[in-house]
Design a protein. Structure first.
Length: 295
């Protein structure tokens, strides 16, 4: 098995984005946990736990993606975008992929469970929901996007409780921002890849096709994301910096979604999709920096 095959099996870019959001939330949770124990600053952050979260998060996410590709192996053969993956191209057997996926799932869950039981439980829940609920639903109903948004938004929650094992207001805000972001991101991606998705029988756009209603729903999700992104400032966990940056990013995101609604063009959807790749890390990093400075 080549590195390229492994990279495609675990969907490396997606996995790294997931690990990034979890690691940022871990640092926010560490600051909260330090303050709860009377510590100030970064001197009491457990960097070994941070490394364990990154490694465990990578393994768990990679395992979920691996199981996803095993289940969709025959469907991936039908789509241009996925036909060269290691399973549909038969460079790897299902048995080999299953062994890799199980090893990563067990090792990742073990590492995250060592941080605390809640983190371990959430990691198992994310694998089950992504691989065995979201994956089969993709061919049945657009509700799959809602179901998939839950495990997609769990990484920041997992990262936070890995450092501060309590699902509190900050944890829910971190989850909420990524949860709402998922919809606009998924719909933009589904719009760009709709022709290919249809070859595999996937139904991810709100109406199942590129039409005005799907574009309106996409715009509405971007509109809802705007106030959700301001929750850190509203509840006092961040200052005006994170509020200002989140507002600007959300307005740009909203304009991109409006442009899709106005033109119904694949080019506009692609712009929105690339905008979504930038939106999340910028907002999350700003939340971290402002949170550190404010508290």
């Amino acid at each position: 098995m080549s590195f390229k095959d492994f990279k495609n099996l675990v969907k490396l870019r997606l996995t790294l984005l997931v690990v990034f959001s979890a690691s940022i939330s871990f640092l926010i949770g560490s600051k909260v946990d330090n303050e709860a124990h009377g510590y100030i600053g970064w001197s009491h952050i457990n960097w070994m736990n941070w490394v364990m979260l990154i490694v465990g998060g990578f393994l768990v996410t990679g395992a979920a993606n691996c199981f996803n590709e095993i289940i969709e192996k025959d469907l991936d053969k039908l789509m241009t975008r996925t036909s060269d993956r290691p399973l549909p191209s038969e460079r790897m057997t299902t048995g080999q992929a299953l062994v890799i996926g199980l090893f990563m799932a067990l090792a990742g869950t073990y590492l995250l469970g060592k941080l605390n039981l809640l983190t371990g439980f959430l990691s198992v829940f994310s694998i089950i929901l992504y691989a065995f609920a979201y994956t089969p639903l993709k061919r049945k109903s657009p509700i799959a996007v809602f179901v998939g948004a839950i495990p997609g938004a769990l990484p920041p929650l997992i990262g936070y409780v890995a450092a501060h094992p309590t699902i509190d207001e900050i944890a829910l805000i971190l989850f909420g921002i990524q949860f709402m972001w998922q919809f606009t991101h998924f719909y933009a991606l589904a719009w760009v890849l709709d022709d290919d998705y249809k070859l595999g029988g996937f139904r991810l756009l709100p109406t199942g096709k590129r039409d005005l209603t799907s574009a309106i729903v996409t715009f509405v999700t971007a509109l809802i994301l705007l106030p959700v992104s301001l929750l850190p400032t509203y509840f006092g966990y961040g200052g005006y910096y994170v509020g200002g940056v989140s507002l600007v990013c959300s307005l740009i995101f909203l304009y991109q979604a409006f442009n899709l609604m106005r033109t119904l063009e694949i080019k506009a959807a692609r712009t929105l999709m690339f905008g979504s790749f930038l939106y999340l890390p910028v907002v999350q990093l700003m939340f971290l920096f402002d949170f550190i400075g404010k508290r």
